[in-house]
Design a protein around this ligand. Structure first.
Ligand code: 5AD
Ligand code: SF4
Length: 470
């Protein structure tokens, strides 16, 4: 029987990846995806627990879904299975059922391969909701099926999951569990399939992706640098990226890969969180501000044009005006191409949430505004610096205007240019005419990048590309 599946995703790129894998798992059971929630037999909310705001969105969405479920039942359209997946499910488990008893399934990120089993169990016992928030011993990746669908030109590939760092503000070690690296052979095989399906760019995902240490194809272990060399050899792959990294895992070999692997793009998202050593220590970040400055200097020595992006938290418990000034100083010194910044949000169960020196919300808001002003100005300046340059752009979708294409510069900037659809999937030189606050605009110089690894554009529909911090 053909059934309809609606998936809504919040949070990081790993959730985007996971949502696609859940759809893959459900496809053999007859579930086809729909963009219309009213016709869905099953709704999966893939949730994010990183900040309070993200968590609250889930509950307001559940309120709306209850009305959809009731209306479908009244209209004789049948039942709607409501499932809450992801990090809120993992963290809150049974509490979700207490707040929203019409939910049918609650399961964490380590249970996705169990979906067919959970669906069967639910069908057998219609009124008993299912909660599955175990961290199973067997690796879920061994039991997930191969991807059923192409991700398009720019694809994500999870290589590492979980985190053992325990920054005192962060829920990830509790929701995603202990650090786990997929075996290199499995990653290479998935990358080959993605390339065969039309992927030209692969972004490797992990909460602590640069701590990757997967089983090597010939025994032993590969670090991220070794894996990147292996992936760069795959025919069709012209661009590699990885996110998110921890400053203390930027090893010499990885920095050397930025110098030696042409496919590795000169852009790195490297969260620093704060520029104050006192705050960094209280956050249990395991590095000082100067260590971060040194890592960036080494990266720039290896790859002079590398653009750096970061994450910041303002108003961490105990943060003083002087601590915040140290953050602004670090930002001014480094010069970021792009960044995400957040007000500290106390998360239940994390050590910092119980701290008595919480910073008042108005102070957090004022600091966030000041930081964002500085970061936005840096981003705009970086975009303006590209004016007049010709940049290789990988087009991955149609643009908003007719006849327009959208792609990415090596530095992750969105680039709009007029061009024929056949260029989707090709890397093309674009002369940048304008550097706006959030994107670049330019004109195609030539359709042939001329590099030995330049590939003809596959005939593909545009892919979705969601850009959030992991
Ligand atoms: N409050 C605010 N921001 C947070 N982040 C993680 N936990 C919190 C929190 N409790 C931010 C960090 C991280 C990014 C993904 O989210 O900056 O790097
Ligand atoms: Fe791990 Fe990153 Fe969270 Fe720190 S901020 S605990 S490194 S996921």
């Amino acid at each position: 029987m053909l059934r309809k599946l609606f998936v809504k995703t919040w949070g990081c790129q790993m959730n985007v990846y996971d949502s696609a894998r859940m759809a893959d798992v459900l496809a053999p059971l007859g579930y086809a995806q729909t963009a219309r929630v009213e016709e869905a037999d099953m709704v999966i909310l893939n949730t994010c627990h990183i900040r309070e705001k993200a968590t609250e969105k889930v509950f307001s969405e559940l309120g709306r879904l209850r009305a959809v479920k009731d209306a479908r039942r009244r209209n004789g359209a049948g039942d709607t299975v409501i499932a809450v997946a992801g990090c809120v499910a993992q963290a809150e488990g049974e509490e979700i059922l207490a707040r929203a008893p019409y939910v049918d399934m609650v399961f964490g990120p380590q249970a996705y391969h169990d979906l067919p089993d959970m669906v069967a169990r639910l069908a057998r016992s219609r009124n008993a909701p299912i909660v599955n928030t175990e961290f199973p011993v067997e690796a879920k990746f061994d039991r997930l099926p191969e991807e059923a669908s192409s991700q398009g030109v720019s694809a994500f590939l999870t290589i590492q999951e979980g985190c053992d760092k325990f920054c005192t503000f962060c829920v990830v070690p509790y929701t995603r569990g202990a650090e786990f690296s997929r075996p290199a052979a499995q990653v290479l095989a998935e990358a080959r399939r993605l390339a065969a399906g039309g992927a030209r760019e692969i972004t490797l995902l992990g909460q602590n992706v640069n701590a990757y240490h997967g089983e090597a194809p010939d025994g032993g272990a590969w670090d991220l640098a070794r894996l990147l060399y292996g992936l760069a050899e795959i025919d069709g792959i012209t661009r590699l990226r990885y996110t998110t990294s921890h400053p203390s895992d930027m090893s010499d070999s990885l920095i050397a890969a930025h110098r030696d692997v042409p496919e590795l793009m000169p852009f790195l998202h490297l969260p620093v969180q704060s520029g104050s050593d006192t705050v960094l220590a209280a956050m249990n970040r395991r590095h000082r501000a100067d260590d971060y400055r040194r890592v960036v200097a080494r990266l720039r020595a290896a790859r002079p044009d590398i653009a750096v992006s970061s994450d910041f938290i303002v108003g961490f418990p105990g943060e003083t005006d002087a601590d915040f000034a140290a953050t602004l100083r670090l930002v001014t010194e480094i010069g970021f191409a792009q960044a995400y910044s957040f007000k500290y949000s106390p998360r239940p169960g994390t050590p910092a949430a119980g701290h008595d020196a919480q910073v008042p919300d108005d102070v957090r808001a004022t600091r966030l505004e000041a930081l964002q002003q500085l970061l936005n100005a840096q981003q705009h300046a970086f975009n303006r610096q590209q004016e007049g340059r010709a940049l290789p752009v990988l087009f991955d979708r149609k643009g908003k205007q007719p006849g327009q294409l959208q792609g990415r510069s090596p530095y992750m900037q969105a680039v709009n240019a007029a061009g024929p659809e056949r260029l989707i999937g090709a890397t093309v030189m674009v002369r940048i005419a304008a550097g706006h606050a959030n994107s670049l605009a330019g004109t195609v110089v030539t359709d042939d990048h001329g590099s030995p690894k330049s590939h003809p554009a596959p005939s593909l529909a545009a892919s979705a590309h969601s850009g959030t911090a992991a």
